[in-house]
Design a protein around this ligand. Structure first.
Ligand code: AMP
Length: 194
């Protein structure tokens, strides 16, 4: 099963993707997680990406496409994967098409988490507070001001990606404002119907 999760930052993509991983045994390929790991490890990609990420902007297509191309070659991705946070631009979506076509693979479903953007800043503030309370590291970009920049990047560059897939009839809309378990149930229903 090859899935894509779309939706603005804070929509719950990471939370829901983790549940799909647990249930279906396919890896979650989160470009945000991969980039954060590169930053933490101080790799050349991490060094390039850090300032952009801290400011809430988008890392270059070239870097992100390269990361995903390498990652989907790994053994655990052979049975399928769930892409979380990628593609975030049309160029990335087109590059993914090329990558998959060259392997004779296709996407099964694109899940779009629909949310009320005016509620997202509150969510992100809560996510940061919960991480802090649990003694976990708080993401630098889970700051209300940086978050607004991330949302702007989403509306400017990423919002066009869902229509790109919708034109092929591949998008299933999921109401991301429902409680977490209900969102999971809606996703499972969509996947079951696939
Ligand atoms: P995320 O964890 O998906 O919210 O991503 C955190 C940050 O990583 C984003 O704000 C971007 O700076 C960067 N990033 C993650 N995925 C991508 C992508 N597909 N294209 C460009 N930048 C990305």
């Amino acid at each position: 099963m090859r899935l894509i999760f779309l939706g603005p930052p804070g929509a719950g993509k990471g939370t829901q993707a983790a549940r799909i991983v647990a249930k279906h045994g396919i890896p979650q390929l989160s470009t945000g997680d991969m980039l954060r790991a590169a930053v933490a490890a101080g790799t050349p990609i991490g060094v390039k990406a850090k300032a952009v990420m801290d400011a809430g902007g988008l890392v270059s297509d070239e870097i992100v496409i390269g990361i995903v191309a390498d990652r989907i070659e790994e053994a655990d991705a052979k049975r399928g994967f769930i892409l979380d946070g990628f593609p975030r631009t049309l160029a990335q979506a087109e590059a993914l098409d090329t990558m998959l076509a060259s392997k004779g693979l296709k996407l099964d479903t694109v899940l779009e988490l629909k949310v009320d953007q005016s509620k997202l800043v509150d969510r992100i503030v809560r996510r940061a507070a919960e991480a802090r309370a649990a003694g976990q590291p708080v993401r630098k970009d889970d700051d209300p001001e940086v978050f607004k920049t991330r949302l702007e990047a989403y509306n400017r560059d990423t919002a066009v990606v869902a229509p790109y897939y919708a034109a092929r009839g591949q998008v299933v809309d999921i109401d991301g404002m429902k409680p977490i378990d209900e969102v999971t149930a809606a996703i499972e229903k969509a996947l079951g119907a696939n």
